[in-house]
Design a protein around this ligand. Structure first.
Ligand code: UD1
Ligand code: MG
Length: 452
């Protein structure tokens, strides 16, 4: 396929069955709007032009297409009408025009390329990606004779014989830029739905001696999303794909079905992931990291050899250096934690900068919020923060400083200093026994009063 490719992405459908205020194509799959997956598959074809077809007043959908151009289909008059709306934006383009749906995020670049190549080799006017459907009833049937596509019959127009066909139209179509305007101009809407069917171009082209082909693909790639249940099914399928790719690249997953990835999750070789771990968008994990079960990580970088979890939560803006240990019930938010530092149990470290080889005791809280603004906690290298310390930000703890357990630290602690921020203990020798005797006598008197 040498000539430049243009792609039209249809996204003007109403999406009513989602029952959502969010436009359908913006619902996320694997941490990204479903449209982003379609655009990513398309981008790998290196198209000369991508045109989005959107409904009126959909600024968020228009934004999701950027930097690509969009055109507005004023009324949802059918797929043929939608592609027609894109024609002005295609002027000057010479080469294949590929039509894809914005609500079918599982389509792969390889399959699109197969269609383009076959279409080009066959010198066809129209090429269609088809598949054998388990349940063909919602789809247009592909009528193929002697290896040539004759026509596409929509379900509502199909007779009994045609209904029995299970080779169906995925909706992905390839057309010649020189013929597309003429073909679309021929489409009428005198059919069961009163719509301009894009699929009608096949029969029109054939009737005029041009050829059309159908290329078979895998049903799994053509799952469209119309409802929340189909959204969940697409998510499942996408996750399977991401997990398989990660394992192929050298990641160990103890229970892959319970690891949830984002499309942009970057996992190096020899990362080991325990059960029930979720990666939100924007995570990269270096080699030899171990992420134990039940962790939730988003918008973070994890350096080589770190050990995370179980039950750790790492929130956006965090940067965990090499060989750091983040243990159970530790939450990081917008926090940098230096090489070899440890926060092994029960801590909240928000808006913090923690020096290398520091030790953060159990129960440490970076008190980052005063009800109005967020403030930073800066801890130098090799510092020791005793258990159950509250570090009231903005605050700085110097290199090698030691904050004693149970301290509430409200003033900066210089490097090497020992800081106490707690009440002084008093110890009274030999007084435990008399106290117990007194408490016992008091309890007995109370029972007597109640007549027991
Ligand atoms: C369409 C095909 C059918 C195919 C099926 C695959 C036609 C006439 N039928 O049917 O052969 O088997 O997809 O799923 O093409 N859209 C617009 N503007 C419109 C109408 C639709 O942008 O006016 C967009 C939708 O947002 C969607 C896509 O086009 O992304 C398909 O529309 P849909 O209504 O789902 O078409 P189907 O009736 O399912
Ligand atoms: Mg549909």
């Amino acid at each position: 396929m040498k000539s430049p490719i243009a792609v039209v992405v249809l996204a003007a459908g109403a999406g009513t069955r989602m029952k959502s205020a969010l436009p359908k194509v913006l619902h996320p799959v694997a941490g990204q709007p479903m449209l982003a997956h379609v655009l990513a598959s398309v981008a790998r074809l290196k198209p000369a032009k991508v045109v989005g077809v959107v409904a009126p007043k959909q600024p968020r959908v228009v934004a999701a297409f950027a930097p690509h151009v969009t055109v507005v289909q004023e009324k949802p008059l059918g797929t043929g009408n939608a592609v027609k709306a894109a024609l002005p934006a295609l002027s000057g383009h010479a080469g294949p025009v590929l039509v894809v749906y914005g609500d079918s995020p599982l389509i792969t670049t390889a399959t699109l390329r197969r269609l383009l190549d076959a279409w080009s080799r066959a010198n066809a006017a129209v090429g269609v990606l088809g598949f054998t459907a388990r349940d063909p009833s919602p789809y247009g049937r592909l009528i193929v004779k002697n290896g040539k596509l004759q026509k596409i019959v929509e379900s509502k127009e199909a007779n009994a014989e045609e209904k029995a066909i299970d080779f169906v139209n995925s909706g992905v179509m390839c057309l010649d830029s020189e013929l597309i305007g003429w073909l679309l101009g021929a489409i009428r809407n005198d059919n069961a739905k009163g719509e301009f069917y894009l699929t009608d171009v096949v029969e029109f082209a054939r009737d005029r001696g041009l050829s059309a082909i159908a290329v078979a693909g895998d049903e799994a790639e053509f799952q469209g999303i119309n409802s929340r249940a189909e959204l969940a099914a697409a998510e499942r399928a996408f996750q399977q794909r991401l997990r398989a790719a990660a394992m192929l690249a050298g990641v160990t997953m103890l229970d892959p079905d319970t690891v949830w990835l984002s499309a942009d999750t970057r996992l190096a070789a020899d990362v080991t992931i325990g059960p029930n771990v979720r990666f939100g968008p924007g995570v990269s994990v270096a080699a030899n990291v171990r992420i134990n079960g039940f962790c939730d990580i988003e918008g973070a970088r994890i350096g080589k050899g770190a050990i995370i979890g179980p039950f750790a939560r790492i929130r956006p803006g965090s940067d965990v250096a090499e060989d750091v240990h983040i243990g159970n019930f530790v939450e990081l938010k917008a926090t940098r934690i230096g090489r070899g530092a440890k926060a092994n149990h029960l801590a909240y470290l928000g808006d913090s900068d923690i020096g290398a080889a520091s030790n953060i005791g159990a129960g440490t809280i970076a008190v980052n919020y005063d009800g109005y603004g967020k403030h930073r906690t800066v801890i130098g290298a090799e510092a020791f923060i005793g258990s159950n310390s509250a570090l009231v930000a903005p605050i700085r703890i110097g290199k090698g400083a030691n904050v004693t357990a149970g301290s509430v630290i409200t003033e900066d602690v210089p490097a090497g200093a020992l800081a106490f921020g707690r009440a002084r203990q008093t110890t009274k020798k030999g007084r435990a026994g008399p106290l117990r005797a007194k408490l016992k006598a008091r309890a007995a008197a109370a029972k007597r009063r109640q007549g027991k």
